[in-house]
Design a protein around this ligand. Structure first.
Ligand code: AMP
Ligand code: ZN
Length: 472
């Protein structure tokens, strides 16, 4: 069975051939740690976790290296630390902010069933490598020093723009950014810049005498190069990162190392949207992972991490997702139905059809419909049940949670059905005598038991009839 992945670089689905099947290497851009991660940020984390699991299944767990970095040098971090800790020395405030935010991120994504990457490098621990890359690029004529900055000269690279499929001329024509006077070309980008007083600062490269700090793009080139080598297999992130971030990572790494590609396959997840708009901090329409899991801010109840993961994987990773309460309700209902797998033994590995579906460019919707099919026969067939459990575990969708745990913040819903019908009859009787206080009281009593009522008028008799269901 072959693995096929859509490659942004070639704009087509390709058969994946690792450079070395004994050492399959993937890099994914991680969070900038200045604030809670929102549920849009969770999408690449979950999507590439599924790919990591699939690669481990195909090539063997010990043969896959997954690097997902932490960006802890950034203007937004400096600004937020100064705002939150005005009385602390900047470096202490920054460290506190980045450590707390990284710890929160780890807690959030662990709840979403995400495995730890093999390496999780931090930008601040790779400054030496960033300085070396800057020096290399200047020495090779791909970068220049101006006004204490190191800038990448995009005109020095024949095929700059290959990932985003745009020529330099097109980009320059469309450039609306105000161009700094010290830049040679409008699309030249910063590799290193001087630090203002109070900002984190390191000894600069290329003979610059003032201290400074790295730009964002060089951070990923340095961390990827250090942990995965000059050329590796897969690089991933959200589609918004394709330009300029990934384009510039490619320019830096290829020009420094003299290679044709940085990564062979470039993968990008689509956006998570709310009411047709991208969920983002700048638009203010975001919901954090933490709020989803621990508050009732979205849909009036807390959502279990496994439910969130299931809901996320219901859409193919390259499509936009519209994030709705209904999506979560359905995911929760499915996981409720699968909780009969408690105590069932686990098979050795996942169902091959699910592995095949995922091997077709991570077709998670197809994998989930196969899971639904397996669930139907698993009730009657112990072998299928064992395989289904192994399949769910493989996809990070099963963790032995009980129905109560899947519904955090609610009491156990074991409805004594024998009590329901008499209460409904008593309520209808109360309504007939127009004792609405009593009928409402009975409705509330049933609601507290987890039973919701639906009243309909019988067209022929004009009588009110009541049906009920157990609320989930
Ligand atoms: P940031 O912290 O903004 O650099 O984003 C971290 C990761 O989340 C990147 O891979 C982004 O592409 C991704 N991302 C940000 N917003 C969304 C969204 N609304 N939907 C999907 N992915 C997103
Ligand atoms: Zn990156």
């Amino acid at each position: 069975m072959s693995l096929r992945l859509y490659n942004t670089l070639t704009r087509q689905k390709e058969t994946f051939e690792p450079i070395d099947p004994l050492s399959v290497r993937m890099y994914v851009c991680g969070p900038t740690v200045y604030d809670f991660a929102h549920i849009g940020n969770a999408r690449p984390v979950i999507v590439f976790d599924v790919l990591f699991r699939l690669l481990r299944e195909i090539y063997g767990a010990q043969h896959v290296t997954y690097v997902r970095n932490i960006t802890d040098v950034d203007d937004k971090i400096n600004a937020r630390a100064a705002e939150r800790y005005p009385d602390l020395a900047p470096e202490i405030g920054i460290r506190r902010l980045t450590e707390d935010t990284a710890a929160q991120f780890h807690k959030d994504i662990a709840a979403l069933g995400v495995l730890e990457p093999t390496v999780e490098p931090r930008a601040t621990e790779h400054i030496v490598e960033m300085v070396a890359l800057c020096n290399e690029l200047v020495a090779k004529g791909h970068a220049y020093v101006a006004a204490d900055h190191v800038l990448f000269d995009v005109s020095s690279m024949a095929d700059y723009g290959r990932l985003s499929n745009r020529s330099l001329e097109e980009m320059e024509a469309g450039a609306r950014v105000e161009v700094a006077p010290y830049k040679k070309g409008p699309m030249d980008f910063v590799l290193w810049k001087p630090s203002k007083p109070g900002e984190p600062a390191w000894t600069s490269p290329a003979g610059i005498t003032t201290s400074g700090r790295p730009g964002w793009h060089i951070e990923c080139s340095a961390m990827a190069g250090k942990h995965l080598g000059d050329v590796f297999d897969i690089h991933g992130g959200g589609i918004d990162l394709a330009f300029p971030h990934h384009e510039n990572e490619i320019a830096q790494s290829r020009c420094a190392h003299g290679t044709d590609v940085m990564a062979r396959v470039w993968m990008h997840n689509g956006f998570l949207q709310v009411e047709g708009e991208k969920m983002s901090k700048s638009l203010g329409n975001f919901i954090t992972i933490n709020e989803l899991l621990e508050t009732g801010k979205f849909g009036g109840c807390q959502w279990h991490g496994r439910v969130v993961r299931f809901a996320m994987l219901g859409t193919h990773y390259r499509q936009p997702i519209d994030w709705t309460v209904d999506r979560l309700v359905q995911a929760r209902a499915t996981l409720f139905d699968l909780s009969f797998l408690h105590g069932v033994p686990v098979a050795d590995g996942p169902h091959p059809d699910v592995v095949a579906a995922l091997s077709d460019d991570l077709n998670t919707p197809s994998a989930i419909s196969i899971i639904h099919g397996l669930a139907k026969s698993a009730h009657r067939n112990a072998e299928t049940a064992a395989v289904l459990k192994a399949t769910l575990q493989f996809m990070g969708l099963y963790g032995d949670e009980t129905q109560v745990e899947l519904n955090p913040g609610h009491e156990a819903r074991t409805v004594d059905t024998a009590k329901v019908e008499p209460l409904i009859a008593a309520r209808l009787e109360a309504r007939r005598r127009k004792d609405f206080k009593e009928s409402d009281r009975i409705r509330d009593e049933l609601a507290a038991m987890g039973v919701t009522l639906k009243d309909t008028k019988n067209k022929d008799t004009g009588e009110i009839e009541t049906t009920w269901e157990i609320a989930r």
